[in-house]
Design a protein around this ligand. Structure first.
Ligand SMILES: [Mg+2]
Length: 275
């Protein structure tokens, strides 16, 4: 492996699995911190805030996750604020997404406000309070020319007693009714990775994306121009990893984080010796 100065860590299947911390996660972050390397935790999630994700990581014993968690929802809000600084956005998502929009200088449009003027953008996340009226409002805004973003395209979400409809199923309803295609920001789109690098002031060529999914993490990383490492503690088996080609093929494959940490240490030693 090469030596990298920024590590972008996917969460589920890399740092933890459900409520359980995966072996080597704490040791990897501790080593990255102690050697002055930068760590960012990337969540593709469209309903938890960065603070909620950081609280979960802290509870699992990850050192100081506050301020180092970046979510697809936040990336989407940033992308909209870049295109429409201070713009008006209709947010079809959980209320915390509206708070994120406000944080980046956007103005969420409330249902009580008149439909005109048309908002600059519609942002779709996991709207657990979805109603026909909210769907109609979003559809009309998109038909009237609002930019159309979705945090991700998850068809459904696994929950304790089965599945529930994901963000992608809400975006699909609007795509069907408007004949427009939503711009996706979360993985496998490179938007979340690019926004995270920009926020961290990190150079893509010095960054490593670590994930457990070929379609999500590896594709997003490669499209954003960063090196990718796959760990086999989540979605992908060793056979699937070995067979992956094109933009699904990771640069590096490790059975788990302890193996990745050993390789990162060796690469750092080599870089130090060559310097
Ligand atoms: Mg994952």
């Amino acid at each position: 492996m090469r030596d990298f100065s920024t590590y972008l860590l996917d969460l589920d299947g890399v740092v933890y699995r459900g409520q359980e911390l995966l072996p080597g996660a704490r040791e990897l972050v501790t080593w990255l911190d102690s050697t002055g390397r930068q760590t960012l935790f990337l969540s593709n999630n469209s309903f938890a805030t960065p603070e909620e994700v950081a609280a979960k990581l802290a509870g699992l014993g990850i050192p100081s996750p506050d301020g180092r968690v970046f979510t697809a929802g936040w990336a989407a809000a940033l992308a909209i604020s870049e295109q429409f600084p201070g713009g008006r956005v209709f947010v079809l998502a959980v209320p915390s997404m509206e708070a994120l929009a406000v944080r980046v200088g956007l103005r969420p449009v409330a249902m009580e406000e008149p439909e005109q003027p048309v908002p600059d953008a519609v942002l779709v996340g996991l709207d657990r309070g979805l109603t026909y009226a909210r769907l109609r409002r979003a559809m009309r805004a998109i038909l009237a020319g609002a930019a159309f973003y979705t945090v991700n395209r998850d068809p459904r979400l696994p929950v304790e007693d089965g599945f529930e409809p994901g963000t992608g199923s809400i975006a699909a309803a609007l795509e069907w009714s408007t004949a427009r295609t939503a711009e996706m920001i979360g993985k496998p789109a490179p938007g979340i990775v690019r926004q995270a690098l920009r926020l961290a002031g990190a150079a893509p060529e010095r960054a490593l994306m670590v994930g457990d999914g070929l379609e999500l993490d590896v594709v997003a990383g490669r499209r954003a121009g960063v090196a990718t490492a796959l760990v086999l503690t989540g979605l992908t088996s060793a056979e699937e990893a070995a067979k992956a080609t094109g933009e699904r093929a990771p640069e590096f494959i490790f059975p788990d984080l302890p193996a990745l940490l050993a390789a990162a240490r060796a690469a750092a030693d080599t870089a130090l010796r060559d310097a």
